[in-house]
Design a protein around this ligand. Structure first.
Ligand SMILES: *Cc1c(COP(=O)(O)O)cnc(C)c1O
Length: 378
């Protein structure tokens, strides 16, 4: 008998999704106007303890807006991690700027110590500007990606940012619900800008969607303006800036409100399932003890990455390697990178295993048994 397929990470719709979405369809408020968008923004802002939030079409759109608002423009440079999803890097190019790639730490997040080393060895600080000695470009911002629900060392990064006058854009697309235990501050709310994603595989989903928050509430207002075509007059179509069609729709927001009611429950399930894998003896990377992580993705460490993925696939279980390092991909082959070492090691050794919040105990047991069978056979 062929066993049922176990996917890596899929949506969990056991709440009021259908009810809320049906209501907005009945009302015909399905597009970028409508009350649910604002409601979703309010609920979201309250949860991450910030004043304002701007709902957008995707995390990528949110990152693009954050980059614009950080003042990144043609000829600038932006520090990015090599180990991440490419959507964290592409917005740098959308703005006509160039990325410089950095290594990761043992939680897979940007290595801030190495970034400091890069700044001291490879940069000048002139007229309040951080200048890359090699390219002579102005480094305007750092994209801090909170990988798999972990968290970048924000304390050290903020200190560096103040010292060298660069903006910090937190890519919290994978880390909704993650916070620092000592301060209670949520991932995404510590830097100048924070961006979240509600893509289908994220901890909650709106089909596709995102949210932008910022330290300065005026930036959030400006993001809202830019995301709605920068329209100043609704009747006469006066536009005073180049805008974008990046606003979240009411349909997405309705789904988001239903998902949001279950977020804390999902985070609990992520922890319980992570511990089940751990208790069974699987070699998973830990999450930082100093944070409450949302434990979005689980990272199994193995010497036989490709063989394991193939074996799991033959047994109807979806797994995947971590992303190919962005500095090794075609669009970025000419970009500068600084001592990428750990990221290479982790790229070679990590396999992400099923982590959906609707996994059954039986499915989890099957994943564990299949990995053990693989280990024994090798
Ligand atoms: C998902 C993701 C994004 C992009 O979010 P979308 O909503 O899919 O556009 C950006 N960065 C990282 C690290 C992500 O995982």
């Amino acid at each position: 008998m062929k066993e049922k397929f176990i996917p890596l990470s899929i949506p969990n719709f056991n709440g009021k999704e259908l009810e809320y979405v049906t209501n907005v369809v009945k009302d015909a408020w399905v597009s970028t106007g409508g009350a649910e968008i604002q409601k979703f923004e309010e609920v979201f802002a309250k949860y991450v303890k910030t004043d304002l939030a701007c709902a957008v079409q995707s995390g990528t759109a949110g990152l693009h807006l954050a980059m614009i608002l950080a003042g990144v423009t043609y000829g600038d440079e932006v520090i990015v991690p090599a180990l991440t999803f490419i959507a964290a890097v592409n917005p740098v190019k959308y703005c006509g700027a160039e990325p410089v790639f950095m290594d990761c730490n043992d939680f897979l997040c940007l290595d801030v110590n190495k970034l400091e080393e890069f700044i001291k060895e490879e940069c000048d600080f002139i007229d309040d500007k951080l200048i890359n000695k090699k390219s002579h470009r102005h480094i305007k911002a750092v994209v801090a990606v909170h990988i798999f629900g972990n968290m970048v060392d924000m304390d050290s990064l903020i200190t560096l940012g103040k010292q060298y006058n660069f903006k910090i854009i937190e890519d919290a697309t994978e880390a909704l619900g993650t916070y620092e235990k000592s301060t209670g501050k949520f991932a995404g709310t510590i830097g100048d800008f924070g961006v979240y994603s509600f893509n289908g595989n994220k901890i909650i989903t709106t089909g596709g969607g995102g949210m932008l928050v910022a330290n300065n509430p005026d930036d959030v207002k400006h993001a809202k303006y830019l995301s709605t075509q920068a329209k100043d007059d609704l009747v006469y179509f006066v536009h005073n800036e180049i805008g974008y069609n990046y606003r979240m729709t009411n349909l997405q927001a309705a789904l988001g409100l239903a998902q949001f009611e279950q977020l804390e429950e999902f985070i609990k399930i992520k922890e319980i399932n992570y511990n089940k894998y751990l208790d069974a003896g699987l070699n998973l990377l830990p999450f930082d003890k100093n944070i409450r992580s949302n434990r979005w993705f689980y990272s199994l460490v193995t010497d036989k990455r490709d063989e394991l993925i193939k074996y799991m696939n033959e047994n109807q279980i979806q797994t995947r390697p971590i992303w190919k390092l962005i500095n090794t991909l075609k669009p970025y082959l000419n970009a500068q990178s600084y001592k990428i070492e750990r990221a290479k090691k982790y790229y070679d050794h990590i396999v992400n295993i099923p982590c959906s919040t609707n996994l059954t105990d039986k499915e989890i047991e099957r994943v564990i048994k299949t990995i053990k069978n693989f280990d024994e056979a090798k």
